[in-house]
Design a protein around this ligand. Structure first.
Ligand code: GLU
Length: 443
């Protein structure tokens, strides 16, 4: 069975970049009839906050990404400890005593000589005496995972194709700090193995980590998951802006963006499939395919999202929005107003227009006379669903007006605005009494 996971650190709210990664993991799991897990990477006790855990759950729920299970790294320290013991016993973990400053100095020297700043494994060469001296000095070690330089790192990335790293050109990663706390690398590999994760979809900033983790899977004697590293998300201006980093569900909700607009956009940007306004998620699931992903960054454009949102709002049926509409607004009201909306909240404005009072518009005397004539006619005419058509046809015949002079004053008097939903749909909602009152300009 396919098992994917989304593994955010609860140190902040989700932003579009995380949401996109979550979505791709979710889409793949759903397409395969598999499971999508939420794994909270909360090993950092200081920065992880319960409010963010709640917000992450709520954001995923709002987006419609249901989860099949949840795990928290903070509840799994015994598992990491066990892996640490096993790997240490196998000679794959070693203590290192360098201070941050010493490591920085080594880096600078290597870079200064034009060499890649690979850790020199000095810690492996320490004598028992040197170690004893460090310990006597009060130094406590941090821990590194020892890469096997004889085994080339290779995998078939589902997006990037064949990947190859020479482990000798990589530093042995620090997996545990001197205070015993964990860095991301080993716990994640332990979790992926123990939770049976079959596919890891994440940003290409993790490609090197994957290389390192593949050796950890091997060292633990477990099968590694398949990996798909997607190109990163950038703003329309071409780089990962600060703004994108703070753009998330909260902002979407404030702007009246529908969850399906977010999914429609984030599901398709960066792929060779067109961005389409999907009101349902099924076609996104069905069409999801790693081979469609490109290597160029995916561009996120807020304007594209807004346009997509309007197109989705136009497809939403009354039942799916009823609980968000103003009281008293029924299906006929929604159907009349919907084509004119960019967001569902805007229905409120137009419902106020229907119910009145509408903004006052000042007309010249000729127009006032025309509107009085229209008022008299509206009072007389049979009030059917086609009342707008009948009213305007008769007015046209009787006044000789056509086009804008025929229609615009009516719209202005009836709605207080120059633009809006089709008057043909609006007029039956406004109803006879209000129509006559609004058209009637006589003092
Ligand atoms: N917590 C890690 C991150 O947010 C997870 C990366 C991964 O998917 O393995 O970068």
């Amino acid at each position: 069975m396919t098992i994917t996971r989304f593994a955010p650190s609860p140190t902040g709210r989700l932003h579009v970049g995380n949401i996109r990664t979550a979505l791709h993991n979710w889409l793949w799991a759903r397409k395969q009839g598999g499971q999508f897990l939420l794994r909270l990477d909360d090993t950092d006790k200081e920065r992880s906050k319960e409010e963010y855990v709640d917000a992450i759950r709520a954001d995923l729920a709002w987006l419609g990404m249901d989860i099949d299970g949840e795990a928290r790294q903070s509840a799994r320290f015994d598992r990491y400890e066990a892996a640490f013991e096993t790997l240490s016993a196998a000679g794959r973990i070693y203590p290192a005593y360098e201070t941050a400053q010493e490591l920085e100095l080594k880096r600078k020297i290597l870079l200064g000589r034009g060499k890649p700043p690979i850790y020199d494994r000095a810690a492996l060469a320490l004598s028992d005496q040197e170690i004893a001296d460090f310990e006597a000095e009060g130094r406590t070690p941090h821990w590194r995972f020892k890469l096997d330089h004889d085994v080339p790192i290779e995998w078939n990335d589902l997006i990037r194709g064949r990947q190859h790293f020479d482990p000798a050109l990589l530093s042995d990663p620090v997996i545990r700090r001197a205070d015993g706390s964990w860095l991301y690398m080993l716990p994640s590999a332990v979790d992926d193995a123990e939770m049976g994760v079959t596919h890891v979809v994440r940003g290409e900033d993790h490609v090197t980590n994957t290389g390192l983790q593949l050796q950890m899977f091997d060292a633990m004697g477990v099968r590694s998951p398949a990996f798909a590293h997607e190109a990163l998300l950038v703003g329309s201006e071409g780089k990962l802006s600060k703004r994108l980093g703070s753009l998330g569900v909260e902002a979407f909700r404030e702007d009246g963006i529908e969850p399906m607009a977010v999914l429609s956009l984030l599901g398709r940007i960066g792929t060779s499939d067109p961005v389409e306004p999907f009101a349902e998620v099924a076609p996104l699931i069905e069409g999801f395919d790693f081979t469609r992903f490109g290597r160029a960054p995916a561009r996120f454009d807020a304007e594209e999202l807004a346009t997509l949102n309007a197109k989705i709002v136009h497809q939403l049926d009354f039942d799916s929005v009823a609980d968000r509409l103003p009281g008293g607004m029924a299906a006929d009201g929604w159907d009349a107003i919907r084509p004119n909306l960019s967001t569902v909240v805007e229905a409120r404005d137009w419902w106020h227009v229907v119910q009145g009072p509408v903004d006052d518009v000042v007309f010249d005397s000729e127009t006032t006379a025309y509107l009085d004539q229209a008022a008299a006619m509206a009072a007389d005419i049979a009030w059917t669903d086609t009342v707008w058509k009948e009213l305007t046809t008769t007015l046209k015949a009787e006044t000789g007006r056509k086009g804008k002079p025929l229609f615009l004053p009516l719209r202005q008097a009836l709605t207080g605005r120059d633009h809006g939903p089709e008057m043909a749909a609006l007029l039956p909602l406004i109803g006879k009494e209000r129509t006559v009152a609004r058209l009637s300009r006589q003092a």
